[in-house]
Design a protein around this ligand. Structure first.
Ligand SMILES: Nc1ncnc2c1ncn2[C@@H]1O[C@H](COP(=O)(O)OP(=O)(O)OP(=O)(O)O)[C@@H](O)[C@H]1O
Length: 460
């Protein structure tokens, strides 16, 4: 951890709270404006005609310059309220926000633009509100419009824009105002894939120097972009920590709640992260030496107590997870591109219909690289009785992996693909590490069947 003098604070939030007054009927609002004053005039205790609702309460947060922090949580948990308070577009009922530097915000649709003004006029208006001079805006205007890609609509009032066009223009402006802190609320979910990727490229560049606060329901975007996540739950901070861990805890809880709504009890348990057991260094498959491109992958042993967390209703349990090589031996060292079989051993505790066994392979950030389950492969329903033991096998070619740590989530559920109860989900059940690789870019490489070059025409 760096000292405060080295790492400066970008945003500091103390005891932040936002209270709304909820009126059961419109006339109650009128009564509240008039009657309490009258009551006070005649010396009576004034009555309140509203119910108070705290959208956010007692939130404390410290964000360092250069950090990328995701705010996650269910609908209505207070994420947008929090971002608006941080940006100063909403004033708090309690507490305070301290910010350093220029904050640019991409908040919910509708914020920021004057709907009667054209796109061009709004570029100048917003830019000046961010503190840019007219000369600076003239200089950057072409680049802003190119980024937004809204064509001739730039000379139309923004009230005629689609939600996607609106966000494109807002993003383009925010990307050009030299912000120190960028606050992005769900903006990426509105645009099309190409624009979203453009924004992601911009955000990745921005991250190198700036501070980013990011709200998204897309947990993939959260884990790929953010090092830290804050989980807001009914207006309070539920968990604040490494993005991967917070997202996994949040997803587990979402499943618990989803099943509860269906009358099924699923529990989420957090286990201490334990060190995975390393394999002995001298276990080397002789075939590996013959392979031209080295992508050695060390597989750590499955240890039922050494995982990042687990949850489930408990009707069945994953008791063993292993990766086998093509000879059917438990692999300790693999090669990217090799044929492997992932084997899950499951014990059933209570009568279950429609058993589904599945896995996800994830990278160190928790991004799911790929996964599969038995539901789609088996049309017959697999039922289980107490004490039954199943082995689910997935044979696939291990992709070529960039150097780094990887893990496999293993799970057993019952039901259907669309509606199922997780009985046991183990985060990071099996861990492994790609120790060397020729791959530098991309998430995974797939073994090429053939690579060739043909000269079709020669000038000479
Ligand atoms: N002006 C308002 N008056 C009354 N209640 C409000 C007002 N604005 C927001 N709320 C309530 O505050 C709570 C938090 O809202 P907020 O929009 O911050 O949640 P959120 O986490 O961003 O949700 P979502 O994921 O759906 O965007 C919600 O219950 C919402 O209904």
């Amino acid at each position: 951890m760096c000292s405060d003098s080295v790492k400066q604070t970008a945003v500091e939030v103390h005891g932040l709270g936002k209270r709304y007054e909820i009126y059961a009927a419109p006339q109650d609002r009128l009564k509240q404006m008039v009657l309490p004053r009258l009551s006070r005039l005649v010396g009576r205790e004034p009555k309140e005609y509203f119910r108070e609702f705290w959208a956010l309460r007692d939130v404390n947060l410290h964000v360092d310059i250069g950090e990328t922090v995701a705010i996650i949580g269910q609908n209505g948990s207070g994420k947008s309220t929090f971002l608006q308070l941080v940006c100063g577009t909403l004033s708090p009922t309690q507490g305070e926000v301290q910010r350093r530097g220029r904050i640019a915000a991409l908040l919910e649709l509708g914020a920021g633009f004057n709907p009667e003004f054209t796109g061009e006029e709004n570029v100048y208006l917003s830019g000046m509100l961010y503190g840019l001079t007219e000369a600076q805006l003239k200089e950057r205007y072409k680049s802003i419009i190119e980024f937004a890609e809204i064509g001739d609509f730039v000379s139309q009032p923004v009230k005629t824009y689609s939600s996607g066009m609106y966000v494109r223009l807002a993003f383009a402006i925010a990307a050009h105002v030299d912000a120190d802190v960028l606050v992005v609320d769900e903006a990426l979910s509105v645009g099309d894939v190409r624009f979203t990727q453009k924004c992601m490229r911009f955000l990745r560049e921005f991250q190198k120097t700036g501070t980013l606060l990011f709200v998204s329901h897309d947990v993939g975007a959260v884990t790929s972009l953010c090092s830290r996540a804050v989980w807001l739950d009914r207006g309070s901070v539920r968990l604040d920590g490494p993005a991967k861990e917070v997202v996994e805890a949040y997803l587990a809880e979402q499943h618990v709640l989803d099943r509860k709504a269906q009358g099924v009890t699923v529990t989420a348990a957090k286990a201490e992260r334990a060190r995975a057991k390393m394999v002995a260094a001298d276990v080397v498959d002789p075939r590996l030496e013959q392979l031209r491109q080295a992508n050695h992958i060390r597989v750590f042993e499955f240890d039922p107590d050494a995982h990042a967390g687990e949850f489930g209703a408990g009707g069945a349990r994953v008791v063993d997870v292993s990766l086998m090589d093509s000879d059917g031996h438990k692999a300790q060292l693999l090669q990217g591109g090799e044929l492997v079989t992932l084997e899950l051993k499951i014990e059933v505790n209570s009568p279950l219909s429609g058993l589904i066994f599945g896995f996800y392979l994830k990278d160190r950030l928790g991004q799911r690289l790929f996964g599969d389950n038995t539901h789609l492969a088996y049309e017959d329903v697999v039922d289980g009785e107490p004490h039954d033991v199943f082995r689910a096998m997935f044979q696939f070619r291990m992709p070529i992996l960039p150097v780094g740590a990887y893990s496999i989530d293993a799970a057993v559920a019952s039901g259907t693909q669309e509606d199922h109860t997780q009985h046991h989900w183990i985060h990071d059940a099996l861990q492994f590490r790609a120790v060397d690789s020729t791959m530098r870019h991309g998430l995974i490489g797939i073994p090429m069947l053939q690579i060739s070059v043909e000269k079709e025409r020669s000038v000479a």
